[in-house]
Ligand binder design. Structure first.
Ligand SMILES: Nc1ncnc2c1ncn2[C@@H]1O[C@H](COP(=O)(O)OP(=O)(O)OP(=O)(O)O)[C@@H](O)[C@H]1O
Length: 679
């Protein structure tokens, strides 16, 4: 039998192992549900086994492995052993070692990291190639690390084919081809936070998602309670990445946007102007809100008399002040503080009662608590986050008291509501207001946190949004992914250390990724010209891809040219994205010409999964997405549409996997203009 046939025979062994595991899981579902000791454990066991059965049966014919490691004779415990590496562990026959090892297992690490210089005992690294439908093993490539032979990504046919594969449907996992510098980030210890500054298409999102899967595997116990949270910029992006973690067997990761994470705080029913939003998103607002909240705490004056039957207990002003002052100094959440004031006063009353020979019981304590409510409501009242925020945004005097020395009078004026609501109950909150509500809620009570938070496109977060994330990762670590050059919000970070400070992890190291896996070299060269004008201190990208096509054309009529470009693109396999500042009219025209076009707007959560080959997407929503062929219409309109329009254009220019058509009727933005000559 030749080597390839032997590997194909191994594939059969793996498929047999899947069938065996599937039968076992199905059998256990039945047994687990009927014989497990109590209902609770029966339910848990049943759920676990059902999900295993579902997982295995959904993909019984997927490639069971993508790599193999052959250890040399001097590799200690691994000497002369062979390991197949795949997306998930496949058990061997009873008493036999597993037939496939999960890519996240410690032994699999060498598949990604072993080099000719540091082979770590590995003699041969083998990569497998599969047919497009993953049904058939088509070939393999060996690196004889023991002979000093090593191929980098660009020299491997299998890796290059995977990177250059036309994109269809949602984002896929990259387990088979994770690069060494990416693997270092994926497997970085959970105890530390990391920040990845990566140019477009360097694999930040891919790294973040694989890191989530890795951490859940390596630290399942530790993450059982808090879990892992993935934050992305919008629903379209979340739709695009939604399949990656389930394909890696992880279905319990919460993937959401900051807006959705905070939506229980209030319904968004208003939009701020940029002036107001910029102030509301500034971290100085945290100070303002804290002052506004604690302005409610008053200095007690006079003696407190508490009736108890025919008797009155007294606590004098000195003791009352001491209780309130001590509690303030403890810097606990506001509502915990109120509770402490109450219990301390009750315990003073109790001491007094005991010294008079009484033995207060629970009912007495309850009665005393009730009797001092009037007093605590005065010196440390309960309050809702909505009241504090509404007060600051409505009452100019209250705002001036809270914001004096922190916000300028002009800034205070910018955030005051021009048409104040009658009460906080009828307030119409904006996106920024909801972040303020969350800030106050965080001052009132401590937030339940996550074990690990992965923040994608983090450059766009405001300081206040960063603080909201920090509250949820206080006791865990975070992975921050972003690109300062792609910052498009008016409050975006200019330097990573600033954002990291607001995220509560100021000592996090910033690591750069500069090898691009998406954008072809010709397109990167064009985008890099724009990069130098963006005022972002980031390294240039180097593309791994020498293939690809770039056409920049001045056209007499935009819509007609877009239709022709789409028709031309439709001759190829792969997704097509039409990107423009205002894409609506172009989409209409395409449809009028009989072309099926999926529209992408904020409400469309199924982005990239609609099955349509052509998607029309506004430039404002294209962040994090990619299309095999991009048709970018009228760049000048994109740069003009917003303050950071040039950054937006940089994002739009870097979405193409294989081909980019830039069509324009007006002059190109200066950095891109090559004196009108076609590129
Ligand atoms: N090691 C790899 N092997 C194969 N494909 C890869 C690899 N790394 C990244 N890719 C692919 O390159 C593309 C870009 O990756 P990704 O979206 O993670 O980059 P990004 O840095 O988040 O980009 P952007 O900043 O534009 O959002 C994706 O299609 C991803 O699957």
């Amino acid at each position: 039998m030749n080597e390839l046939d032997a590997e194909r025979a191994y594939v059969e062994r793996c498929r047999e192992a899947v069938r065996r595991m599937l039968d076992g899981a199905r059998h256990n579902v039945i047994v687990g549900e009927t014989v497990a000791g109590d209902r609770y454990s029966a339910e848990r066991l049943g759920r676990h086994l059902k999900s295993l059965a579902k997982e295995l049966s959904e993909e019984p014919d997927g490639p069971p492995f993508f790599g193999r490691l052959d250890y040399g004779p001097d590799a200690g415990d691994h000497a002369a052993r062979k390991y197949y590496i795949g997306r998930r562990h496949l058990s061997g026959d009873t008493g036999e070692p597993p037939v496939v090892i999960d890519w996240r297992a410690p032994v699999a690490r060498a598949f990604y990291r072993a080099s000719a210089r540091e082979p770590g005992g590995v003699a041969v690294r083998r990569r497998f190639g599969w047919s497009n439908d993953s049904a058939e093993l088509t070939g393999y490539e060996d690196e004889r690390l023991d002979l000093g032979e090593e191929r980098d990504a660009a020299a491997s046919r299998i890796v290059t084919a995977e990177i250059e594969r036309p994109r269809v449907g949602p984002m896929r996992d990259i387990v088979a081809t994770i690069q060494p510098e990416q693997d270092e980030l994926v497997r970085a210890p959970i105890s530390g936070s990391i920040c990845v500054q990566g140019a477009p298409g360097t694999g930040k999102t891919a790294v973040g998602l694989h890191r989530a899967a890795y951490l859940l595997y390596a630290h399942r116990q530790r993450l059982r309670n808090g879990g892992v949270l993935v934050l992305g910029p919008n629903q379209a992006f979340l739709g695009y990445i939604s399949q990656v973690l389930p394909a890696l067997g992880e279905v319990d990761v919460e993937q959401t946007t900051v807006g959705r994470l905070l939506r229980h705080r209030g319904e968004m029913r208003a939009h701020d102007g940029e002036d107001a939003a910029v102030v509301k998103h500034d971290a100085r607002m945290a100070k303002v809100l804290r002052r506004a909240l604690y302005a409610r705490v008053r200095k007690p004056s006079g003696t407190l008399a508490v009736p108890d039957g025919s008797y009155r207990w007294r606590i004098d002003e000195y003791d009352l002040r001491r209780v309130v002052d001590d509690t303030r100094r403890e810097a606990v959440p506001y509502l915990v503080g109120r509770e402490r004031v109450i219990s301390r006063l009750v315990s003073l009353l109790q001491q007094r009662a005991e010294s008079r020979g009484q033995t207060p019981n629970a009912a007495w304590v309850k009665r005393m608590r009730r009797s001092i409510t009037g007093f605590t409501d005065e010196v440390w009242p309960t309050v809702r986050a909505e009241e504090v925020v509404a007060e600051v945004l409505t009452d100019a005097d209250a705002l001036a008291r809270a914001a004096g020395g922190t916000l300028t009078p002009a800034e205070q004026k910018a955030i005051l509501w021009t048409r104040p609501p009658r009460s906080h109950r009828s307030a119409r909150w904006s996106e920024a207001d909801i972040v303020l509500l969350d800030e106050v809620a965080g001052l009132l009570e401590r937030e339940q946190g996550y074990g690990h938070v992965i923040v994608d496109e983090a450059q766009d977060l405001s300081q206040m949004q960063c603080r909201a994330i920090a509250r949820r990762s206080e006791h865990g670590s975070i992975t921050v992914l972003g690109d300062l050059a792609q910052a498009t919000t008016p409050w975006a970070a200019v330097r990573w250390p600033d954002a990291l400070t607001h995220l509560g992890k100021p000592d996090t190291a910033v690591i750069a990724l500069t090898t691009g896996f998406r954008v072809p070299a010709a397109v990167v060269a064009l985008a890099n010209r724009l990069l130098s004008t963006l005022d972002a201190d980031v390294p240039q990208t180097r593309s791994l891809r020498s293939d690809g096509m770039l056409r920049v054309r001045r056209v007499p009529d935009l819509a007609t040219a877009v239709v022709a470009a789409v028709r031309d693109a439709l001759r190829h396999e792969g997704s097509i994205g039409v990107i423009a500042a205002d894409v609506g009219p172009l989409a209409e025209r395409l449809r009028a010409e009989g072309i099926v076009v999926a529209g992408l707007d904020g409400a469309d959560a199924t982005a990239g999964t609609t099955g349509a080959q052509v998607t029309a997407v506004p430039a404002t929503l294209v962040k994090g997405l990619e299309y095999d062929h991009v048709i970018l219409a009228e760049p000048a309109a994109i740069t003009e549409a917003e303050t950071r329009g040039a950054n937006r254009l940089y994002v739009a220019l870097t979405r193409a996997v294989s081909r980019l058509d830039v069509l324009h009727t007006r002059s190109l933005p200066a950095a891109l203009d090559d004196h009108g000559s076609p590129m």
